[in-house]
Design a protein around this ligand. Structure first.
Ligand code: SAH
Length: 414
């Protein structure tokens, strides 16, 4: 059972219900199941609300449209929990949503995978709540203070589906800037159990990895790339591989297990590559991993690619998985130029007939625009891309609305 001590200062869910009326446009969006109601769409509100109050949204004939969690500090004023028919939002409701989320991922255990996203916010009907599982460590990441009064119920529901030795709380950057509404909670707080002495260990498709759930990027690992990594393993036999933006070596290890004779991992973060080396050590009992010649390079990707190309280094398989380049609308043109430039540079180190795997995790860049930018980059490099696959979201990162789509990946020979 979760230790409730740290949550004792958080008030229980209020009995208060806010009633909201919204613009016709927002009504349409809600009828189509959109999970967000923006502040600017509210035309009437029964009372001022506190974070986590339940807000009921009606149409102009006072028919129920949706109910969700109210956050007075967020432009996403209500995160919708239920559309169309009223529901009691209580511990049983959350337990039901969590059980459904666990059910969607039931196949992963059979694939020797104990690290995956257990709850993907909006995609699992729990907007603003993410739960990543690293075997017996759970990371609960909140994007809104509206979740705090409901956190005890969420932890009860989690206890029923994913027994954990340690549950750690992570807070979005926005929440970390709002200490006044956090009731003494903080990023990295233990919600249950005791912190591990070291990183969390977990398996992904039979490979062993560590994740630093307190200091790592995301919640410690890019769980969303599991299926692309598995596909890279299948492509890697006999191929000298270059993993650009390698982080803790996910793609690199799959390539090595898949029979890549040499794997170069590049990242600008020295701690990430140090973890990548430890991840190789964790899997050195595997023949492919033991046999692969591994190099690690701490360098900027753009500089490193240009330098290696100049130096005549060439590879048969190049994986390019950069960070999100466009965090806001105004950054989209620059992001597209960066993708184009990266594709050109990556092809500069790819042997003729080699394979390029290139991903984008910028939700503001559409799949079509991303693929077009990669094509422009190829043209600039004087290479023709023969695409053989495009992939999107893995099963543990389901998407339910357009703004939630972020991951796309292109596979091509060039
Ligand atoms: N492919 C990885 C995830 C990559 S995340 C995996 O499967 O786990 C993006 C990575 O890019 C991060 O590790 C970050 O440290 C690194 N990064 C960001 N900007 C960079 C740059 N300019 N050059 C090289 N690495 C960079």
């Amino acid at each position: 059972m979760p230790a409730m001590g740290i949550l004792s200062s958080v008030p229980p869910p209020s009995d208060r219900r806010l009633a909201l009326r919204v613009t016709p446009e927002a009504q349409r969006a809600l009828r189509q199941g959109h999970p967000w109601l923006f502040d600017r769409a509210i035309v009437a509100q029964s009372a001022a609300g506190q974070p986590g109050d339940l807000a009921v949204i009606f149409d102009e004939r006072r028919r129920f449209l949706a109910i969700g969690l109210y956050d007075p500090a967020s432009p996403i004023r209500v995160r919708i929990l239920q559309h169309g028919t009223p529901a009691a939002i209580d511990a049983a409701f959350f337990a039901g949503r969590l059980a459904a989320a666990a059910q969607r991922r039931a196949g992963l255990d059979a694939q020797d995978t104990s690290g995956y996203r257990l709850v993907h916010g909006e995609g699992d009907g729990l907007p603003g709540l993410v739960v990543d599982r690293y075997d017996r460590v759970l990371v609960v990441k909140l994007y809104s203070a509206a979740w705090l009064p409901h956190l005890t119920a969420v932890l009860e529901g989690l206890a029923g589906i994913a027994p954990a030795d340690w549950i750690v709380l992570r807070l979005s950057r926005t929440m970390q800037r709002e200490p006044a509404v956090l009731y003494g909670l903080h990023d990295g707080a233990a919600l249950a159990g005791a912190a591990l002495a070291g990183p969390a260990l977990f398996r992904e498709n039979g490979l062993l990895f560590e994740a630093d759930v307190l200091r790592g990027q995301k919640t410690g690992f890019f769980l969303d790339q599991r299926e692309n990594r598995a596909q890279v393993e299948k492509l890697a036999a006999g191929k000298e591989t270059f993993n650009v933006f390698a982080y803790t070596g996910g793609f690199s290890l799959y390539a090595a297990r898949g029979g890549a004779p040499a794997v170069l991992s590049l990242d600008s973060s020295a701690p990430a590559l140090a973890a990548a080396q430890r991840n190789f050590a964790l899997n050195c009992h595997l023949p492919g991993v033991a046999a692969a010649h591994c190099e690690f390079l701490v360098e900027d990707a753009f500089t490193g690619l240009a330098r290696l190309s100049q130096a005549g280094r060439r590879f048969d398989l190049v994986v390019v998985d950069p960070p999100a380049f466009a965090k806001q609308q105004s950054e989209i043109p620059a992001a597209l130029r960066s993708y184009e430039r990266l594709a050109t540079l990556a092809l500069g180190v790819l042997r003729p007939g080699g394979t390029l795997v290139m991903a984008s995790c910028s939700s503001r860049v559409s799949a079509d625009d991303f693929f077009a930018a990669v094509q422009r980059g190829a043209a600039r490099a004087g290479r023709t891309l023969h695409e053989f696959d495009r992939t999107g979201h893995p099963i543990d990162h389901p998407v339910s609305f357009a703004e939630g789509v972020y991951l796309k990946c292109l596979y091509a020979q060039a």
